[in-house]
Write a protein that binds this ligand. Structure first.
Ligand code: XMP
Length: 519
């Protein structure tokens, strides 16, 4: 798809863990940017990409090592503003004639304080006092700045914490302004894009219009199918496409029988009634639950569900005559991960469920209107498109659904108990006004029955675990610190209201070492 603005900033990635945060900070300033690994950024790429400014990220290597990563040489003669961060600063200095040292006394990790020296527009409004907190994470340091540069800030271990060549608009900082522990770091990015002349035209309203134009140009009068899961990404994709091409779009909602209480009906009603969208509600729960019978291994469950999903989707899609495109809610982080810095395969912790491989199998072309957006931008676009905020703000729900919240063998009985318990738990969280503070919350039904006593009788029912985590992206997570009162009240409600559960536990494992889901 065509990009959506003429003003683009390029981030050259040298492999820092926090490069994505640079992009986040810039998007918050309504500046469109893309991250590309340094290996891909050749001189030809630079010319073709035509950025308005460039940021060089941090990275794990040492510029003193022979063969270590560099920015393309043409960058320095393009007349573009460049900001180098940490490793980016060091390669900038090395390439422009300065010196970087490695070894004893050059490292600095964690909180540090930078003291200003002279006046630099990049720092306008940044120093609140005579020093500013920053986050350092470097093994090497610059020992000699390149010709044309001057020092504008120092820290105890980084004599050249902030340097600049104002004539050429080159800026270099040793610390990471993008991270939370550099509390006013966003100000530096704000100043940098101002100095680079960005107008900040990257708004959701503008994105929506341009995305619609781009979809129309790509699809023409052809038909598009879209797998609707009821999650935020596929829903926003569907609504955006519907607005662009109306009747040419058909959505297939595969109900695998592993959804939450009343979820299937709610999703179908919302899209049919509010959007008048062509929707096939494929109730295939019998098929899925039948194939899952007797299966308890987590990976086997995932593979069965993923495989069946593709078969079922294909069956319905084949009936839609003349479909040439498949719409997918791919997001920007998925795109970045697919060209990871290391280039090597990462370990598969869990096989994620998606429609991967489907387009090739069916000979369909892809429409991915969200591939430039981060998750919170997708939410903003959803709001812009009129999706209810209660829907947009829903916690993530995994593709394999309740199957991975039912460790061990899945039975209809367990699923029914789980649905009811989950509904009570979420109701509790909403009643206490905690829903939006929590990233994801759900109940898992455990494959164990325990003894209890209710009234005068003995019970022998299932135990369940409550899970609630805070997170930014699902990659790491911490358990939510509910009060004991809340937990007690919720346990009582679940045991009283849900027949089949007589014991409630709270899962306080963080990720890592745990995962968010139980399987
Ligand atoms: P884990 O359990 O890996 O989950 O810590 C991280 C986030 O990913 C979601 N998740 C999935 N989402 N298909 C999905 O679409 C999957 O197969 C899948 N497995 C886990 C999980 O709900 C959490 O938000």
């Amino acid at each position: 798809m065509e990009h959506q603005t003429n003003e683009r900033l390029l981030i050259i990635d040298f492999g820092s863990q926090v490069t994505q945060l640079i992009a986040r900070r810039l998007r918050e300033l309504n500046v469109y940017c893309e991250i590309h690994p340094y290996q891909m950024v050749t001189d030809a790429f630079l010319t073709e990409f035509a950025p308005k400014a460039v940021i060089l990220s941090g990275g794990p290597d040492s510029v003193t090592r022979e063969g270590s990563p560099r920015a393309p040489d043409s960058l320095w003669n393009m007349g573009l503003p460049v900001l180098g961060i940490c490793y980016g600063q060091q390669t900038m200095m090395t390439q422009l004639g300065g010196k970087v040292d490695s070894g004893h006394g050059t490292a600095e990790f964690g909180r540090a304080y930078v003291t200003p020296q002279g006046k630099l527009p990049l720092l306008d409004g940044w120093f609140k006092d005579d020093k500013e907190q920053v986050w350092m994470s470097h093994g090497d340091h610059v020992s000699e700045i390149a010709p044309g540069f001057e020092v504008y800030g120092t820290s105890p271990n980084a004599p050249f914490a902030i340097t600049a060549d104002t004539t050429r608009n080159f800026y270099a900082v040793q610390f990471h302004p993008e991270v939370h522990h550099t509390p006013n770091g966003a100000k530096l990015y704000e100043n940098f894009v101002r100095l680079a002349g960005f107008s900040g035209d990257w708004t959701m309203g503008a994105y929506r219009e341009k995305a619609i134009e781009a979809i129309r140009a790509q699809v023409g009068d052809k038909k598009v199918i879209c797998a609707l899961s009821g999650g935020v990404d596929s829903s926003v994709t569907a609504v955006l496409l519907h607005e662009a091409i109306g009747e040419q779009l058909t959505c297939v909602f595969v109900d695998h029988g592993l959804l939450r209480l009343d979820e299937g009906a709610q999703v179908a009603a919302m899209f049919r009634d509010n959007y008048n969208l062509n929707l096939i509600h494929a109730d295939e729960s019998e098929l899925f639950l039948g194939k899952l019978e007797g299966v308890s291994d987590p990976e086997t469950k995932r593979k069965i569900i993923g495989g069946l999903f593709i078969d079922v989707f294909q069956k319905y899609a084949n009936d839609i005559e003349g479909a040439e495109f498949l719409a997918q809610g791919t997001l920007y982080p998925d795109v970045i991960e697919s060209v990871s810095f290391s280039g090597g395969p990462s370990v598969t912790i869990k096989s994620h469920h998606n429609v991967g491989g489907l387009p090739e199998k069916m000979g369909l072309k892809l429409v991915e209107p969200l591939r430039e957006l981060f998750k919170d931008e997708v939410r903003a676009l959803g709001v812009e498109l009129g999706l209810p905020t209660s829907f947009i703000g829903r916690h993530p729900f995994p593709g394999p659904g309740l199957a991975i919240r039912c460790p061990g063998e899945i039975t209809r009985e367990k699923l029914e108990i789980l649905r009811k318990a989950d509904a009570v738990y979420i109701d509790q969280i909403r009643k206490h006004g905690l829903y939006d503070e929590i990233w994801q919350a759900f109940v898992a039904i455990l494959p164990v029955r325990t003894v209890g006593v209710m009234g005068d009788g003995r019970t022998y029912d299932f135990a369940c675990a409550l899970r609630a985590v805070t997170s930014v992206d699902g990659m790491t997570a911490d358990y939510y610190p509910f009060s004991h009162e809340f937990l007690g009240e919720t346990a009582t409600r679940i045991i009283n209201e849900v027949q089949g559960i007589n014991r409630v536990t709270y899962d306080i494992t963080s990720k890592p070492p745990g995962t968010i889901e139980w399987e």
